[in-house]
Design a protein around this ligand. Structure first.
Ligand code: 5GP
Length: 188
């Protein structure tokens, strides 16, 4: 049987990285896709683990060669998911998570309607701003750009199959687990 595809999106700073890390620790048989990006690595990020960090030219070449299942520009950088990796993983019967932004999520859902889309919602925009500033990984211009993207993303997120509010991380984790448990019991 083929694996199931799950797409998780949420605004920058909503805490989806932490949530996913905890979730994957509890679900080691689910894989997280590694995207290609033209963004520069943050401190501590490793090529081939967090992302495949690529040049703009290489990224554009992959687009021309139709290698991406989806790709999008987000906050001044390009991000994309390789088709070959997704196909191979699902054909091997392994469930896969794509942690991508909303434009890419829409592209995948159009191509693969059986994919389950989950949007991680912030409790409100004030909390989102506090968290984005609190992690000290972006400069002010980048923070402003990401906050600017947030309202549009939240609107788009309302059309996802599921919304999980990340107010309390343990509650969010339980809700996420329940979604996976029920979807993995459905044969498609
Ligand atoms: P960050 O720069 O904070 O790592 O990621 C910025 C945004 O890009 C996040 O919303 C993240 O989910 C999204 N993203 C990461 N990889 C991909 C990808 O392969 N495709 C798309 N469309 N978005 C991605």
């Amino acid at each position: 049987m083929k694996g199931r595809l799950f797409i998780i999106s949420g605004c920058s700073g909503v805490g989806k990285g932490t949530l996913l890390k905890l979730f994957l620790e509890k679900n080691p048989n689910i894989k997280l896709s590694i995207s290609a990006t033209t963004r520069k690595p943050r401190d501590g990020e490793i090529d081939g683990i967090n992302y495949f960090f690529t040049s703009i030219d290489d990224f554009k070449l992959s687009v021309q060669n139709n290698e991406f299942l989806e790709w999008a520009e987000f906050s001044g950088n390009y991000y994309g998911t390789k088709k070959s990796f997704v196909e191979k993983t699902l054909n091997n019967g392994i469930d896969l998570i794509l942690e991508i932004e909303v434009k890419g999520a829409k592209q995948v859902k159009n191509k693969m309607p059986n994919a389950v889309t989950i949007f991680i919602m912030p409790p409100n925009l004030e909390v989102l701003e506090q968290r984005l500033r609190g992690r000290h990984t972006e400069d002010e211009t980048t923070i402003q750009k990401r906050l600017h993207e947030a309202s549009g993303e939240i609107e788009a997120g309302k059309l996802f199959d599921y919304q999980v509010i990340n107010d309390n991380i343990q509650t969010a984790l339980i809700n996420l687990q329940n979604i996976f448990n029920s979807e993995r019991n459905i044969n498609v």
